[in-house]
Design a protein around this ligand. Structure first.
Ligand code: COI
Length: 331
């Protein structure tokens, strides 16, 4: 059995090596992402391991079938970038890592909020530290706020527990309610109620095509004045132009974005010395009331270790038994 892993970072290498040794399975590590340009690299392997760094189209799965590859193991949770129908049609089993560390993402989302509420980016600048120019940047405390969590899967639940620890009032919406949370009376009946009641709105839901631009002009109009928006889920959930308009109008007080709707050509590329031609992104980057991070909320030691080990275990299981605990079905 031989596996090939793409988009491998240095910090993942030791986990791959350990697993490979323990299981006596060769895993070839490739730094580059898997794209239509290097598809031929998959030939001769039994399983492909990849990350959410680009789109994985039908062409990939057709090739995989041609080469007899049965397993496509994503090392992360979201599969919105995988042509699942084509994988299914080509008899390639797609697996993901559903719970590598929900707290990694939840903690990062709270970090973004804290930075916005306490204006840390502004206080870190020279004029605040050395020139006594920090007045006017007064903060807010989380226990005074109502936090609205949209999406109460593993990550949303972890975020809820942190916010409750801070003493915030937390409300939530999810069409699929968690029993335990429901018993605590956290759910409101609609997203609109979250928009109307929350001082902070934090997104923890997957992105399906129907939820593209869920947070649009209309949703923003329903929100409270001075709302904070946090998105560590998927960029397509927010209409960036509507967000910028909301910020300009003072409707939105700040946004913490670990993801951006047109992020694929930007994040995970070394763009040093290159001019970024994306007016929406450039506007986000220029603002003090927006924090943009390059889709790194997952990036902790615990999460990375679990992502590597779990995805490899899934690939092995698919090859050996034809199934795994985390198969992603096409719907
Ligand atoms: C996921 O797990 O789906 C993420 O968003 C993180 C990943 C891109 C590394």
């Amino acid at each position: 059995m031989k596996f090939i892993a793409f988009s491998v970072r240095t910090d993942e290498e030791k986990y791959f090596a350990e697993w490979s040794q323990k299981n006596n399975i060769e895993v070839k590590l490739v730094k580059e992402a898997l794209t239509s340009e290097n598809l031929e690299l998959i030939q001769g392997f039994d399983a492909i391991l990849a990350l959410q760094t680009g789109f994985y189209p039908a062409q990939l799965f057709e090739k995989a079938q041609e080469y007899g590859i049965k397993s496509f193991a994503i090392r992360n949770v979201g599969v919105d970038n995988v042509d699942l129908r084509s994988a299914f049609a080509n008899h390639v089993i797609v697996t993901n890592v559903p719970a590598y560390s929900p707290t990694a993402i939840a903690e990062f989302s709270v970090t973004l909020l804290l930075q916005l509420l306490r204006k840390t980016e502004i206080f870190r600048q020279r004029n605040a530290v050395q020139d006594f120019r920090w007045e006017g940047n007064i903060g807010k405390e989380i226990h005074d706020l109502t936090v609205g969590v949209i999406g109460t899967g593993r990550i949303g639940k972890a975020a809820i527990s942190i916010y409750r620890g801070f003493g915030a009032k937390v409300i939530a919406f999810d069409p699929y309610q968690d029993k335990e949370l429901a018993a605590s009376g956290i759910y409101v009946d609609s997203r609109e109620e979250v928009y109307q009641q929350a001082d902070v709105i934090t997104l923890h839901m997957p992105a399906s095509p129907k939820d593209k631009h869920l947070i649009d002009k209309h949703a923003i109009e329903l929100m409270k004045d001075g709302v904070y928006l946090i998105n560590t889920a998927r960029g397509t959930l927010i209409d960036t132009q509507a967000l910028l308009d909301g910020l300009d109008a003072g409707k939105i007080a700040g946004a913490g974005l670990d993801t951006y709707e047109n992020e694929s050509p930007l994040f995970n590329h070394d763009l040093r010395g290159q001019k970024i031609i994306d007016p929406l992104f450039n506007q986000l980057m220029e603002r003090d009331d927006v924090l943009v991070t390059p889709h790194v909320s997952f990036y902790t030691e615990t999460a990375v270790k679990n992502m590597v080990n779990f995805s490899l275990d899934s690939a092995k299981s698919v090859i050996e038994t034809g199934t795994a605990s985390s198969i992603v079905e096409a719907n």
